[in-house]
Write a protein that binds this ligand. Sequence first.
Ligand SMILES: N[C@@H](CCC(=O)N[C@@H](CS)C(=O)NCC(=O)O)C(=O)O
Length: 285
Amino acid sequence: MTDAAEYVPPKVWTWNKENGGRFANINRPIAGPTHDKELPVGKHPFQLYSLGTPNGIKVTVMFEELLAAGHAGAEYDAWMINIGQGDQFGSGFVAVNPNSKIPALMDRSGPTPIRLFESGSMLLHLAEKFGAFLPTDAVGRAECLNWLFWQMGSAPYLGGGFGHFYAYAPTKIEYAIDRFAMETKRQLDVLDRRLAEAEYLGGDEYSIADMAVWPWYGALAKGMVYGAGEFLSVQDYKNVIRWTDQIAARPAVKRGRIVNTAKLPERHAASDFDRAAEDASAAAQ
Ligand SMILES: N[C@@H](CCC(=O)N[C@@H](CS)C(=O)NCC(=O)O)C(=O)O
């Protein structure tokens, strides 16, 4: 590979499949399916095709919260999409999400199936459908949506920017790490100041804004992503840590965060969590 300092961009960019980056095998400059593959469909009204990454967890936490709040119509089947093996480029998946990224969701509860892509779109769809986790007064609703969309715009700087250059890029580029570490710390400070004045991001109530932000910035504040806790001095963001711990203690969050992970690759019924817990205790003995 050319030294970053010596790199002179050619007149026309061409696709170098061997760029050495961690995700070189799945990154492509073109959209659309690479192979034919139908998606499985289970018995529940919602069919989720996802993986237990921060973006996936947002939606499984929402489903578990809805079910815990008594919305029986929120029953869902969660199928695992292995993005490392290119499942997101199968024809069935691309038909649900033309952007080929998890999570992807089908709402089959009505006469016409509705496809949903982008986790923020799913959270809003579910919140409106069930009348839950989205304040109904104009001020509260606006503040909740402010933070929901803040996450959608901000997290790519954390994941695609900081995380990529700090943890995954084949060479450590000081300029890139500096730029994105600065932005990531600024974002943590934005959250810290908000959480100094309010219990939750939207205000007094736990909402879809917290569900969207927590899997990324909560994990970051606990030093659980990119091994970057010490580098970013995350212990300084005391209000983010208070909020992170508060949300992590919610039973629905504990369930939602293990869906589509090695602990529970697929979820089709509430009893699946008992089985996952039994498996974990058997493995520990
Ligand atoms: N803005 C999207 C981001 C989704 C996303 O980046 N998903 C990643 C996993 S966390 C993915 O599927 N990557 C596979 C790929 O890029 O090919 C959302 O919130 O739904």
